[in-house]
Design a protein around this ligand. Structure first.
Ligand code: PML
Length: 263
């Protein structure tokens, strides 16, 4: 079956030329690239056209802005995908970013993650200079160890079996949260949590209209946190808190390259 599976991803970029009169232009004439959005999935070959149409529509209507470049990559999956299960989903009560920070800090500390690592995580999550991928933070020292600090580690090559997706959609519909955003984030978080050295993840969407974020771990599942940021804010990001002794190359290869299917 895996021989007919296709992995597809969509990357959307806007290239902003700096203001003619600005000081920056004189110092550096390189245009600044702004990452607008990304999407990933593993599908049957027969679904590719429909999926690409969805990606293009999403790219052209994204609230982060109009793209100058839309890149769609389609590749045949040649490796047998690893099968994993979904994390359970819970939505917490939270009415402000301040409360969200308290909840996140308390939950992450309960997993043995240091205050320093959590604070460093918030620096990434609150940065306006958003990364395409995630930051990797060592859970004790708080050091950032992703090989490319600007791009981060991009979690890729994950999908969900049709019947599992149908069950998930039914469950999320009952909770009135059956959206592509929730499903894609949950699949991504489940892949990341399945690697032994990943202790927890924290994520804030960089979409200015999307104010629910989450933390995820094998221990407590996928905890959605409403009002993690205020509306119209452009910041956001994704952070993985990992064991101090983690094999960074092995983890990065798993997150970026290993095909994984949720069953
Ligand atoms: C993202 O992947 O861009 C962020 C999604 C954040 C939370 C999704 C949810 O509502 O559970």
């Amino acid at each position: 079956m895996q021989a007919s599976k296709i992995s597809s991803k969509c990357k959307v970029k806007s290239v902003k030329l700096k203001d003619k009169n600005s000081e920056l232009k004189i110092q550096n004439s390189k245009p600044t690239e702004i990452h607008i959005s990304g999407a990933e999935g593993i599908y049957e070959k027969s679904e590719i056209q429909k999926i690409c149409e969805k990606y293009i529509k999403r790219a052209l209507t994204h609230s982060r802005g109009n793209p100058d470049e839309i890149i769609i990559t389609i590749e045949k999956i040649r490796q047998k995908p690893k099968t994993i299960s979904l994390l359970p989903v819970i939505t917490l009560d939270c009415n402000s970013p301040e409360k969200a920070r308290k909840i996140i800090t308390q939950k992450l500390e309960s997993l043995g993650i240091s205050k320093k690592a959590i604070d460093n995580g918030f620096v990434v999550l609150n940065s306006k200079k958003t990364m395409r991928g995630a930051s990797l933070i060592l859970l004790k020292s708080g050091a950032r160890v992703e090989p490319d600090k600007e791009r981060g580690v991009r979690v890729s090559r994950m999908g969900i079996e049709k019947s599992t997706e149908k069950n998930l959609s039914e469950k999320l519909s009952r909770a009135k949260i059956n959206t592509t955003t929730v499903k894609e984030a949950l699949v991504l978080a489940s892949k990341a949590a399945s690697w032994p050295d990943v202790i927890a993840e924290a994520c804030i969407s960089d979409d200015p209209d999307y104010t629910t974020g989450y933390i995820a771990s094998k221990e407590f599942g996928y905890l959605r946190i409403p009002n993690i940021k205020r509306e119209k804010r452009m910041h956001g990001g994704r952070v993985f808190f990992i064991r101090e002794t983690a094999d960074i190359a092995g983890l990065t290869a798993y997150l970026e390259k290993k095909p994984v299917i949720i069953i």
